[in-house]
Ligand binder design. Structure first.
Ligand SMILES: Cc1cc2nc3c(=O)[nH]c(=O)nc-3n(C[C@H](O)[C@H](O)[C@H](O)COP(=O)(O)OP(=O)(O)OC[C@H]3O[C@@H](n4cnc5c(N)ncnc54)[C@H](O)[C@@H]3O)c2cc1C
Length: 500
């Protein structure tokens, strides 16, 4: 590392997104400083679970087991919803189930432990107040209890949430719609109410309640004719309890509030995810109604897409243009996220005028193709990155965790825990293995075969990126493996070439 740098990459914000970025960079051995303005981790429960794709991401780094090691049991389910209309993720037979009722604090704790085990502790009490891209470096001006310090790195990733200072100071455009409503939220102990997991439509608005562990219920309430909010003022528990009583007739005022908050339906997206040496991820890049619980999930997946690419660029294996694929791939996901959550918001929070539409969408979900379409959107399993000209249905999608014969690991995801590339050779083809050998320092090769047909056309081999997406397949793309290896993994190590 250049002696004038304090680190290779500064990550601003140790929420789920920043932790994921830092973890992925550390998996590749990159030097990282992870800053957070908070002196202690937040205790706000916020995001309450994982979509099936996030569960897969966690499985690909061996992180699922860490929850039980901390004494946290995961309540897995294939039950989901689209704007309050029940939806079954079980239509993706090859997917991991999602998780519900898991406060975000547990997720952050697991990610923090993982990142710490990889050699990076969160640097707390460090508030970034300015960011300057100098062309060959990026500088962060950091406030530490009133003292200013300048930190210098090759890249900086803004994972500093919806009010991102990085986004503002680095000049990112952030456009969309402002909030038109206010949804009140409280985590309450001892209020003794019946669950309304995916919400209940009532004459004056919508009420939702769900147990989130430790005897606490999450209460969410939106009155149709209530005020909109910029959420600058924290609501009182009394205002939540009053709104709940007006809608449901139930008295929860005797409950003990653990956390009270409010959110709206502002919907905004950064027009670029990269400006030179500064990148954005998570809520810093996209804000929306937390319909379907997608914010944290999308942020973690942004980080999963970015980390290995940034590591390859910092290592000098690939040019900075690789980072444009981060924008290309994840900005498209962000756009679709905004579309999806706006549609869900209309269905979920709309009044009686939406009732016919809800009924019709409920009927349509009965058709498998519709169900697959909507479940793909909400679960993250529909995400297909552009990979070139091939037409195999798996190309660009995430590799499913199929069972394998011939490996100790038994299925695909445990083969990805080292965050390297993976060539799965299903037909014991020596010429393929020879072709990949010069990249042996960054790609694992496994010869195995699927235990069962998994519903795709003939597949002789598959190249999987470190984020689990399929970058190349044989026989469809035969002849282009070397091009795919160069594109995603850089130039090979000459010393590893056959015969050398
Ligand atoms: C009420 C509510 C319910 C939600 N429910 C769900 C759900 O069910 N499922 C779901 O997926 N998502 C949900 N979300 C959204 C989810 O909480 C966010 O999308 C998620 O926290 C985003 O993660 P992040 O790491 O991008 O940002 P954040 O979690 O906001 O983390 C940003 C971090 O940056 C730090 N920071 C900020 N500014 C600076 C600075 N200048 N310098 C240094 N550090 C800084 C902060 O202290 C913080 O630790 C919900 C959100 C809310 C508000």
């Amino acid at each position: 590392m250049d002696a004038s740098f304090d680190t290779e990459v500064i990550v601003v914000g140790a929420g789920p997104t920043g932790l994921m970025v830092a973890g992925e960079l550390r998996c590749a051995g990159i030097d990282v400083i992870l800053l957070d303005e908070l002196l202690e981790p937040t205790t706000e429960s916020r995001g309450l679970g994982f979509t099936p794709r996030t569960m897969e991401v966690l499985a690909q780094r061996g992180l699922v087991e860490r929850f039980s090691e901390r004494g946290v049991s995961l309540q897995t389910t294939t039950r989901g919803h689209f704007g309050g209309i029940p939806l079954d993720f079980g239509v993706f037979a090859d997917a991991h189930p999602g998780v519900v009722g898991l406060p975000q604090v547990h997720t952050e704790a697991v990610l923090r432990d993982w990142v710490a085990d990889l050699g990076c502790e969160v640097t707390r009490g460090h508030r970034v107040i300015d960011v300057t891209d100098t062309g060959n470096a990026v500088e962060a001006l950091v406030d530490i209890s009133g003292r200013s310090v300048r930190l210098r790195a090759r890249f900086l990733v803004g994972c500093d949430g919806s009010r991102s200072v990085v986004r503002k100071r680095a000049g990112f455009e952030f456009t969309g719609t402002t909030s038109t409503l206010e949804v009140l939220l409280a985590d309450v102990r001892g209020c003794d109410i019946r669950p309304r997991f995916i919400g209940e439509w009532l004459p004056g608005g919508v009420a939702m309640s769900a147990a989130i562990g430790d005897g606490i219920d999450r209460i969410v309430v939106c009155e149709r004719d209530g005020p909109s909010s910029d959420h600058a003022v924290q609501p009182s528990f009394k205002s939540v309890a009053d709104a709940w009583q007006r809608l449901t007739g139930e008295d929860i005022s005797h409950g003990e509030p653990q956390w009270v908050s409010a959110f709206g339906d502002a919907t905004k997206l950064a027009s670029d995810y990269r400006r030179g040496r500064v990148l954005l991820a998570g809520d810093a890049a996209h804000v929306h109604l937390p319909a379907g619980g997608l914010g944290m999930n999308t942020g973690m997946q942004d980080g999963f897409n970015l980390g290995w690419k940034l590591a390859a660029v910092v290592r000098g294996r690939l040019p900075e243009t690789l980072l444009d694929s981060y924008h290309e791939e994840r900005h498209a996901v962000g756009k679709r996220l905004l579309l999806n959550t706006r549609a869900q918001g209309l269905l979920f929070l709309g009044g009686d005028e939406m009732a016919p539409l809800r009924t019709i969408i409920g009927e349509l979900i009965g058709y498998e193709a519709v169900s697959v379409h909507l479940a793909g959107m909400v679960s993250g399993l529909e995400i297909r990155y552009p990979m070139g000209t091939g037409s195999h249905p798996l190309l660009g999608l995430r590799m499913p965790d199929i069972q394998l014969a011939g490996t100790q690991e038994q299925s695909v995801y445990p083969l990805l825990t080292s965050a390297r590339g993976l060539l799965l050779d299903f037909v014991d083809d020596e010429s393929l293995r020879d072709e990949v050998r010069p990249w042996a320092d960054r790609i694992d090769v496994v010869t195995a075969s699927p235990v069962a047909d998994f519903g795709v056309p003939r597949l002789d081999a598959v190249l999987v990126r470190p984020d689990g997406h399929v970058a190349w397949v044989a026989p469809d793309e035969m002849g282009s493996l070397t091009a795919a290896l160069h594109r995603w993994f850089g130039d090979p190590d000459e010393a590893l070439k056959v015969g050398k």
